[in-house]
Design a protein around this ligand. Sequence first.
Ligand code: ADP
Ligand code: MG
Length: 549
Amino acid sequence: MAYLTTTGSGQPVLILKEGTSRSRGKEAQRNNIMAARVIGEVLKTTLGPRGMDKMLIDSLGDITITNDGAAILNEIDVEHPAAKMMVEIAKTQDDMVGDGTTTSVVLASELLKKAEELIDQGIHPTILVSGYRKAAQKAVETINKMAVPVDINDRKTLLKIALTSMSSKAVGGAREHLAEIAIDAVKQVMEQRGDKRIADIDNIQLVKKTGKSLLETQLIQGIIIDKEVVHSGMPKKKENAKIALLDCALEIEKTEISAEIRIRDPAQMKAFLDQETSMMKAMVDKIKAAGADVVFCQKGIDDMVQHFLAKESILAARRIKESDMEKLARATGGRIVSDLEDLSAKDLGQAGLVEERKIGEDKMIFVEKCKDPHSVAILLRAGLERMVDEAERAMTDSLSVISDVIENSRIVAGGGAIEVEVAKELRNYATKVGGREQLAIEAFAEAVEVIPKTLAENAGFEPIDIIVELRATHEKEDGKYKGINVFTGKLQDSFEAGVIEPAVVKEQAIKSAAESAAMILRIDDVIAASKPKEGPGGKTPPGGFEGEE
Ligand code: ADP
Ligand code: MG
């Protein structure tokens, strides 16, 4: 049946292709809000240090246990378009600041819940959207106003920030150890560009290996190459290494067209082979002349070249990933050379130690003890694969928050403190705006309070009691940093208790939540093309989309 829609008088005005489904107006809004809120509800119970975990089983049966918002949304297969938008928020949050993913999704979901109530009371979505936008801007201003500067050399504070970001991760007693490593790693790759500090955590390589314990996780002042030394006759260790980084094959190029060379005389044959051999010998001589004793090659290395390199006692590895080559260059200060003819002493990188080591089952080459490397590595260890994965998520969060404060150097009080302050300011602001938008801004204020409420609820305390107490405390001058102690259910000064977060994490969470809530609210018509059948029976259309009238 072709889909047609009619005017009030029953005249067909629009004909969509067969199988197209459509839902409009309030119905479309309600469906979208509902779908998006489901995602929020899923993540809600994981928020904070006392949040619960989710067990996720993928289609291959692999199990992940975590309460990391981004990881959860990565694993679950979401189909509804509005729900997908929620997944997008988490991704944006993760890309921009690396933490606060759960916060942003839970907040967006709450904004939609409040919006739905107001829509039911007859407030038009357009008013809601403009009210929410104003509120978000005011909220960001408030965070800015409340943020306090932090000295990036104040290691104690940095440690607290890293620990707060890891508080909900299952890394137990290794927390401090991981936090210390995160700080050292980020500081090592930090760069000054003009009056800006840049700490790009892409320059920190994370290498996971099961076996040993989390406490054996270590920072490598250099990088780890997941390759073996290419020839058994080569040394496995070089101290004070001079490293050639080559982007060209150490092989004789084979001709593309199959050429035939007729050789009748054995002497001719020998001469021909000798020539090849001497060309390869010349390559090794070139490397030797430049003064290198270690070679990392992005392409292949011919057996014969390997042999000559081994004879010269040069350590070499081949087929190194391009990204690893770049990291090698940043770590050792060497230059990647694409034409062997150009190689000279000044292109060589340096490392205090290059060594092949067996980690667990695999051999890897450690390029370490580099002098002031711009790229470093962290070797993550834990007994079980699942634990190494969780350690990686914990490490990524800590690296992100430390890089956030190094670049931005402003922090806010966590444990719900900043959210209560934002809500308070928004309520004041709402009365000044007045009209129907006032209602939207007040709804926004209520929504922001979902964070402290959820932190309390997840810890097993009565959220209403705590939010009332928090509001009252924040009216007082010395109450502005008060948040929840999730272990006692009492209030505490979050700064004093060390529950500290980068201001940018909170700002971004508010921005992305408000933006996506607005985006979902503005949709009043969902027209879905029919889907091509997938497998037997095909997939059912997403819930609430069969809006035939
Ligand atoms: P997100 O993905 O949003 O970062 P988390 O599960 O990491 O979610 O929880 C972050 C929230 O937990 C923040 O609001 C933070 O202030 C709060 N939090 C972290 N540690 C503590 C603590 N020790 N006491 C109270 N709240 C905390
Ligand atoms: Mg977090």
